[in-house]
Design a protein around this ligand. Structure first.
Ligand SMILES: NC(=O)c1ccc[n+]([C@@H]2O[C@H](COP(=O)([O-])OP(=O)(O)OC[C@H]3O[C@@H](n4cnc5c(N)ncnc54)[C@H](O)[C@@H]3O)[C@@H](O)[C@H]2O)c1
Length: 388
């Protein structure tokens, strides 16, 4: 028996990512638009174009849905970050399958509270929109790691460096601490991706660079991290640098940002290393263990490229969302997963606030004191000699 397309509403449908979700639903045979929700009044004309109902807020949509005036199976929350949890809470018990855009929440406390609430909701299914988990490069790397092809992973190193436009910052929440910033908006993707591959990050140390724009949000941050597995990592995040190195530039996964195809991340293991997006892997092949070291030439291959398809991770995510709503799959990015990424970003913010960045200076001061002590000792010895 053929299945009816899944009816999906989009909240924040007039925004950057909301529009992209709407387009993906329109392109997907197995889905149809149920309604558009946005507090921007122009949503009415957009909805009319697509022949669906529009609502200025989620409560209006819910009233129509509960009254049976509107049929929907699922909803995507693509509104600003600080609205995710209040909106998701009002969907509890509705029976809708809910995709909450990343980050799940601006703070760990809000996310943790929601986790408890939604666990008790046997009627609904919730997932977080860390779309990269559906991306072909991310899946290729996961396969390499799961098959232990790099041996014991010891480290990971990456860069996310892009220059955001002035227009981006004309949206007020993009400038606000607790909603915007390179960490909560962008770095959270990398943190989820790294945890998806390598398990929990347990420790972070962060240092902040210059703020090039007149906004309080973070924009340039270097993070070092340690995973529960002892793997160590380092990632540079900046949204002010004109650069060719980032997820978007490397993979071309977000169509509106031009691609460079350059590698922005490398994972290092005892038996090999691999970079993204080239998926170039260096290793010592079938050499005996005694010859797996720097005295021998490395082999190079790109076989994980077999995973690469020409589909965006958003279209894969939508298919997975549909399967989840139908009970054919369980969310591959649960609320729990989304929360773990929020915790890492929160720890990075804590590290910035409590930074022991005076260490280098303190050490230098210590050196100066040692030098001064040496001079004083010399003078004292000279005096002693004179006394004799
Ligand atoms: N998965 C990704 O790669 C990705 C990419 C971009 C943004 N995002 C996330 O999606 C969310 C939205 O980001 P964006 O860049 O599209 O933002 P945006 O500001 O461009 O769009 C947000 C939209 O929500 C509407 N809105 C605001 N408050 C509302 C409310 N209370 N009720 C209904 N509508 C409301 C706004 O009018 C706007 O149209 C953020 O949490 C962001 O982190 C995810």
């Amino acid at each position: 028996m053929s299945k009816l397309p899944l009816r999906i509403a989009v909240a924040g449908a007039n925004g950057f990512i909301g529009k992209s979700h709407v387009q993906d639903i329109l392109n997907e045979d197995d889905a149809e638009l149920a309604a558009l929700i946005d507090n921007d009044p122009s949503i009415a004309s957009t909805a009319k174009q697509h022949g669906v109902a529009s609502f200025a807020d989620l409560q209006e949509f819910l009233s129509a849905y509960k009254a049976g005036d509107l049929k929907a199976n699922a909803i995507i929350l693509a509104t600003p970050t600080h609205t995710h949890i209040p909106m998701a809470e009002s969907l509890v018990g509705s029976g809708l399958t809910v995709l909450i855009e990343k980050p799940l929440a601006p703070t760990g406390d809000e996310g943790r509270k929601f986790l408890e609430i939604c666990k008790a909701d046997t009627n609904g299914t919730y997932m977080v929109g860390h779309h990269r988990r559906h991306n072909c490069y991310v899946r290729a790397i996961k396969d390499v790691l799961d098959k232990n092809e790099l041996g014991r992973v010891v480290a990971v190193n990456g860069v996310w460096a892009q220059r955001k436009s002035e227009q981006y910052f004309s949206i007020p929440w993009h400038q606000q601490v607790g909603s915007g910033g390179v960490l909560l908006t962008n770095a959270i993707h990398e943190m989820d991706m790294l945890q998806y591959w390598l398990g929990n990050i347990e420790e972070v140390h962060a240092i902040e660079g210059p703020k090039e724009r007149p906004f309080p949000v973070d924009s340039t941050v270097q993070v070092t991290m340690k995973f529960a597995s002892s793997v160590i990592g380092s990632f540079l995040f900046t949204d002010v640098a004109s650069s060719h190195l980032s997820w978007e530039a490397g993979t071309g996964d977000v169509g509106v940002f031009p691609a460079t195809g350059e590698d922005f991340l490398t994972i290092f293991g005892t038996k090999g290393s691999i970079s993204v997006p080239s998926l170039t892997r260096y290793h010592y092949g079938t050499r005996p263990d005694a010859e797996q070291n720097w005295n021998y030439s490395l082999e190079k291959d790109t076989t994980p490229q077999e995973w690469v398809d020409n589909k965006t991770s958003f279209s894969h995510q939508l298919k997975h969302f549909i399967a989840t709503a139908r009970g054919e799959a369980s969310p591959n990015c649960s609320i729990d997963d989304g929360l773990r990424a929020v915790f890492v970003i929160e720890a990075v913010h804590d590290s910035l606030r409590n930074a022991q960045s005076l260490n280098a200076f303190t050490k230098r001061k210590h050196l100066i004191m040692i030098a001064q002590y040496a001079v004083l000792t010399e003078i004292w010895n000279d005096l002693e000699m004179l006394r004799v």
